[in-house]
Design a protein around this ligand. Sequence first.
Ligand SMILES: *[C@@H]1O[C@H](CO)[C@@H](O)[C@H](O)[C@H]1NC(C)=O
Ligand SMILES: *[C@@H]1O[C@H](CO)[C@@H](O)[C@H](O)[C@H]1NC(C)=O
Ligand SMILES: *[C@@H]1O[C@H](CO)[C@@H](O)[C@H](O)[C@H]1NC(C)=O
Length: 491
Amino acid sequence: MFSQRRSHHSMATMLKLCWLAVCAVVSVRSTNPPHIVLIVADDLGWNDVSWNNNDIKTPNLQDLANNGVILNSSYVMPVCSPTRGALLTGYYPYHLGLQHGIIQGNTPTFLTTKKSTLSEKLHENGYTTHMVGKWHLGMCNWTYTPTSRGFDSFGGILGGAAGHYDYMSGKGFDFYIDRQANRSFTGHHSTETYTDLAIQAIKGQDPNTPMFLYLAYQAPHTPLETDPQYETEYSNVVNDKRRTFSGMVTQMDNSVGRIRAVLEERGFMDNLVLVFTSDNGGDVDNGGNNYPLRGAKGTYWEGGVRTPAFVYSKTHLDITGYTQSGMVHAVDWYPTLLEVAGVSQNDNIDGVSQWGMIKSQGASARTEFVYNIDEVDGTSAIRVGRYKLTEGNPGGKNDIFDVPLTNRRRRAAKRTRKRTTVKYRLFDIEADPSEKTDLSRKMSDLVDQLKDKLAIFKSSFTPAYLPAAEPKGKPRHWGGVWTPGWCAGDQ
Ligand SMILES: *[C@@H]1O[C@H](CO)[C@@H](O)[C@H](O)[C@H]1NC(C)=O
Ligand SMILES: *[C@@H]1O[C@H](CO)[C@@H](O)[C@H](O)[C@H]1NC(C)=O
Ligand SMILES: *[C@@H]1O[C@H](CO)[C@@H](O)[C@H](O)[C@H]1NC(C)=O
């Protein structure tokens, strides 16, 4: 079971080996694969962390980032479920049928079980796997939920969002410990609940057994609710939504600090790789901000998909304390973290391992990626080198939104002329990260080349899986609790 692993841990043991009468002392590297902690923030935008914005207080994340590698060109999908599916499988959502929007409560959609998940792979290779927080990859049948997708333990919500204190999502309660609905956390903010559960998992774990912890906060996603002491830190912020949102970010930051302390105290940090990323850009209608990037959550503009991320490790990174500008996409975490774990995989995935880039300040393993292909909307976008081609409307929230200073209706820092009838747009993201200048008319030859490239990407798409809502999935049929058990398994 351990034979495929490559050793990464620097700890060495001296072994005396004898053959016939000849003995030699050799150094044998420990074969313990590193612990892996993957922290995903929810709706955290480009301008919502201290390394991009001095007004935001994230000292714990900042310290980990400063002592790790900040990823400055880290791309995710425009909304939650697609990013989570990409992260866990290494496939673009347009290869999973997840390219069109999020998974809705009583709709029988899910992450296909035909693809392996990162947690399944790590579990098969000796890891203890814990998931805490927001799942949002399907819950109409238990086979689609975390404890059937490679996680030994789960504590959190199966859907996309719930009240941070009451865990109510619409008319249904949504909070589970493994497969048991559990109301004992009601009244306790979700960020604290998830942190407590993560700490409990760490404390219950032998540091000599490799651990994978997938910690998916629902912060700073709506509803905008935070423990009051965090909001007080932003009493100077006039805009109500921005003030609460900022408090939620700082509460999450404080939680990461608590988790780090336990990892240190319990001896996990000497052999651990931690990844922090957001799932999509900031929601400008609910306190988030992506300035100076254009657009917001739900769009293909950079503000919707280019988000804060970093990697921290005390012992597994050769070079730290710098900002890496190489492109990374959410699909890359599956192969990257499997390489970290020393697990070989030859799945025909879209992701590429970025471990070389991250560990040794190397070049990115990719020169292009697909932002999305959504045949339902007729929209798509690709990146090739420095250029980005978009087809159709990249998204309605298409201004460069400044941080709101008052409670008056938000004003765009730069109002852009809305030309929604334009079919193709071309941007030079390296020279113009804010997408102010559409080059499509000036560089029509390049547009034609990229259209050919897009056609090749499109040829392999899987249709979006969009079944109708199922009334029988509604919580009122299940004692007021969102409960799996009303759809068939994946055929
Ligand atoms: C990160 O990217 C932004 C946007 O392209 C750029 O303005 C900034 O200079 C980059 N930071 C570093 C340290 O490279
Ligand atoms: C709910 O969770 C708490 C804390 O983990 C646990 O003590 C309790 O047994 C759980 N209740 C149910 C019904 O699972
Ligand atoms: C859930 O999926 C399993 C496994 O595919 C299947 O056996 C079961 O019948 C499904 N449940 C329902 C309610 O259809």
